[in-house]
Design a binder for this molecule. Sequence first.
Ligand code: SAM
Length: 244
Amino acid sequence: MKQNKYDDNIFFNKYSNMERSKNGLNSAGEWHELKKMLPNFQGKRVLDLGCGFGWHCQFAKENGAKSIVGVDISQKMLSEAKNKAKSEYIQYICMPIEDIDFPVNSFDVVISSLVLHYIQSFEDILKKISKCLSNGGDFVFSVEHPIFTAKGLQDWYYDNNGNRLHWPVDQYFTEGIRKASFLGEEVIKYHKTLTTYLNSLIKSGFEITGIVEPEPAENLLYTVPGMMDELRRPMMLLVSARKK
Ligand SMILES: C[S@@+](CC[C@H](N)C(=O)[O-])C[C@H]1O[C@@H](n2cnc3c(N)ncnc32)[C@H](O)[C@@H]1O
């Protein structure tokens, strides 16, 4: 099931008001780690799967990418991207990333930030990425961490006074659909185990070059509400891989 939640008016407005949506990559808690995993973009052909507001497309362009294609299912996200990250070198395509079918060897770098947990099959999207990525090309992605997606509810357990007691992890080995609560709205996500993410890459002919479970950047701990609790459990998983 492909859900286009970001075109829902209420959800889109809430998402647009997040710090990372208003201020871009420097307000994203994982950016200080993700940017270290990105390859040199100079002269590269880049594909951004689930590009949202286009922050990563813009970063690739500013760092010398020759051409960038951003794909997203949401018209609303892409119309913002066309304002925020506009360039003759960036092309935006509105479509589900499950449906991409780029020719062999179309890109040197594929990036995807916080999108692949919306996709049912990691193996299927890997096949498509592998097809369009050049040999030796880089694939760098972030997803919500399996510890974060396992139970599905995506909220803390609280005591009677509303204090956060702990983060529940349950049904870890049962992969598949979850009805998560994100920004107070029901959003469909897909839980996958760490084994699935890493083994699928290996089986699909990728060499894993880096894995990071990022802690928030120190400056954000004191400026972004709730960020301090991000030190209590991993929320994201960042992986860099190279097509052999
Ligand atoms: C959390 S946002 C991340 C946006 C951007 N990558 C970033 O990091 O700022 C998730 C994005 O994935 C897009 N998305 C979700 N499911 C998708 C799908 N099946 N195909 C394409 N885009 C999808 C949403 O529309 C949204 O723009």
